[in-house]
Structure formats: C-alpha cells, structure tokens
Design a protein around this ligand. Sequence first.
Ligand code: FES
Length: 445
Amino acid sequence: MHRITYSHGVTIEASSGQTLLDASIENRVPHHHQCGGQARCTTCRVRILDGLSQVSARTPLEEQVAAQRGWDDFTRLACQTRIYGNVVARRLLQSPQDVVVLDLDELGASSGAEERELDVAVLFCDIRNFTSQTERSLPYDVVYFLNGHFAAAAEVVLNNNGFIDKYIGDGLLAVFGIRGEAPAVACRNAVRAAIGMQDAATRLSPIFERDLNISLRIGIGVHFGPAILGHVGHPGKRQITVIGNTVNVASRIERMTKQLNAPILLSDSVVTHLSGALRLGVSNKLRLKGTSEAALLHACDGFISPDPIHLVQSSFHRIAPRLIAFGERFYTILFEANPELRPLFKNDLAAQQRILVSMLSSLVKGLNRIADIKGGVRELGQRHCRYGASMNHYNKVASALLLTLVEFLGDEFSPEMRAAWIAVFGTISSLMIEGAQTVEAAPVA
Ligand code: FES
C-alpha cells in the first residue's frame, strides 16, 4: 500500500496502480469528479506537491487536456493518475464556487480573452433595515448574523448554477448564465435562487429574532442583460467580477423592493424570458435612479407550475439541520422493511449515514446540471453493482427515502414535493442502473 497525503492534513492509503481519484472516493475524501473519471471535466485536478516520480505518466486523454490548457507536469487529473509510491497532493477544487471559477477560467483560456461580454441574469439581495437594527448590536453578533444569512443564501445561489460575485456590506451580488446558458435557463435559475433565498430568510428569521433580536427580511432585484465578465484588481490579487449597466440596474431594482413592498422584483427582460411561467403580483413602471427611461418592474410570487428542482431543494433545506438524524431514520426504515439488504452495507452504520448525507447533498447541488454530474452518478451505480446491489434495490431505497421524508416534513411534504422527489430519484436511479449495466457487460476481475 502507498500513502497519499493531502495538503489539508488527511492521509489515506492506496493500492499500487489505483487512481488517485478512486483512492479518494474509497477513503471518503471529498473530491469533485463531475464526468465520472472520463478526463472531460477537469474538476478532479490535483497538484502533486511531492512524489511526481511515483505516479503514472499522463494517459493520452490527459495529455490532450494538459496541452490545451498549458499545464505544467505537477498539475494532474486525479482520475488518470495511478499511484506507485507515496505522494503529497493538493485538490485544486474544493467547493462548488471553485468549480464555477474553474469553468470561467476554462472559458477564458479557450477564447484567449481576459474579458468576455455575456448575457446574464444578475441578482442583487440586501437586508431590510440592517443598519438601524444592528447599530446597538455587538460586532460579534452582527458577524454571526451575516454569516448565517450569507451561508444559507450563497448555498441557494450555488445550487442553482450561480456565481457569487461578491458580498457588499449586507448585500450579495450573484450572477447566472456565465457558462453560456440560454437566457431562459439563466433567468429561471436566478428566479429559483431568489425564491430559495426568501424561503431561507423566512426559516432563519425567527431564530435570529430569538437569539439576537435582529429580524432577517431581504429584498431581491433581478435583471437580465449584457455584462462584461473580467478579472479586475492588482495582479497579485485579482478577482473575477461582472461589470456593466445590467449590474447597476439590478442593484437599483433591489432598492425599489422596500418602496413597492415586494420581496422579489424582476425587470421586464427577466419576465419576458420566462413568459407565462411566473406568478406575478403588481407591475409598476418607474424611473430608476440614474437612468433616463422608465423601467417596467414586476413583483414575483413564484412559479405558476411547481418547479421540481425548487421543491426538492427547498424540502432538502428544511431537513438540512437534522441530516444526521435523517440518515439514521432512513436506514432504520430501510432495514426494518428489507432485512436482506443489511449485509450489503459493509460499513458501520454511522459511516453509512455520513455517506448517505453527503451523497444526498451532492445530488441536490447537482440537480440543476444533470449533464455535468451524469458521469459521476453512473460511476456510483457501477460501484454499487460491485458491492452487490441489484436493480430492484433502487425501488426499496426510494420507498424508504419517501417514508423518511414524510416523517421529517409532516404536512409540509406536499403531493407536489413527493412527485418532484419521485421524478428526481427516477432520473438518478436510471443513470445508476446505466452505470451498473456496464459492469454486468464487462465484469471487473
Ligand atoms: S476529468 Fe477527472 S473526473 Fe472529470
């Protein structure tokens, strides 16, 4: 066995010839691998800090990727790198935001340009009465409050394929569509994020009121239009940001949310791209500060037809604070109804619960970009097949999952939510079955 030491202080063991990615997965080290190890996504990339001579040479596929991107010898794809001795490595992508930044860098590299003009949906969110509410609060409490709010709001942005451009005081600027998504997709993601942020604020506000005497009410403005995406700042500390009138307009729309008593206000361009899909409140034609023409703004109450991704995300966020208990209860329900499944789970139950929780979190994050996570889900199906899982086990898992959701969400688990979970589970299990079928066709020695 060989040792892989990651720069975040974790050391794992790998067998000779095992890929670095497989070793990470086997040892539960979170390691992005969106294409499932096909050398297509580059999200598994690592930097070999020590022991380069102990790993395999690049495969032809990796050679191609490295040449296109001009990588030096130390940047490697973990899915293509086999281990033949001890190595020290750093995972280069550790959070969903890293993956978005990677996508931006890749797009920049492929176009050869430092700046790009894109059509994007820009979301601006701000806390109502933040200054007046917090002027007498302890600075530590204010930081705690802001971090609680930003953590929940940013999570929703990332789950909806957005990019967190920056935090500005108590405000948050997020952008949707930077990967070149169609305008309707970018706008739908932005609106879904806006609704999710309002849901999160509604959930958190009573806690902040009880603990800190601060209420969390937010206003959100969304606008769609052209913007420049570029790197700005000192060469030693540059950051990717969006610039342009679309950003200014989104910020001014947000400022109108209080005056118009609308938690979510959309510009007419957002509504046009989502024609017929939104439940709209009052519309107003107003001149925004610093602009010469009147803009048509619409209050938004949600989607007309239930949006399955939003339903799954919002139910998942409701159980998020109790995920460990959720995992425990899920396995109790599963094994009570199907005791024959217990021997298939080789790990101790606590480890198994952690795996379930992390799998569910990753799937909920990836729902919005199924194409990106297909490879990883298929590969998960292959692994399950090797552990002895068969097709009909997926139905048993699905019904245990639904029963657990019913127990945890009670009346909140609406028929629409149930249908959304069934649809999502159907998509994921079909992909896993596809992966498992490739194992059956070519059994592993
Ligand atoms: S390139 Fe390695 S997982 Fe996608």
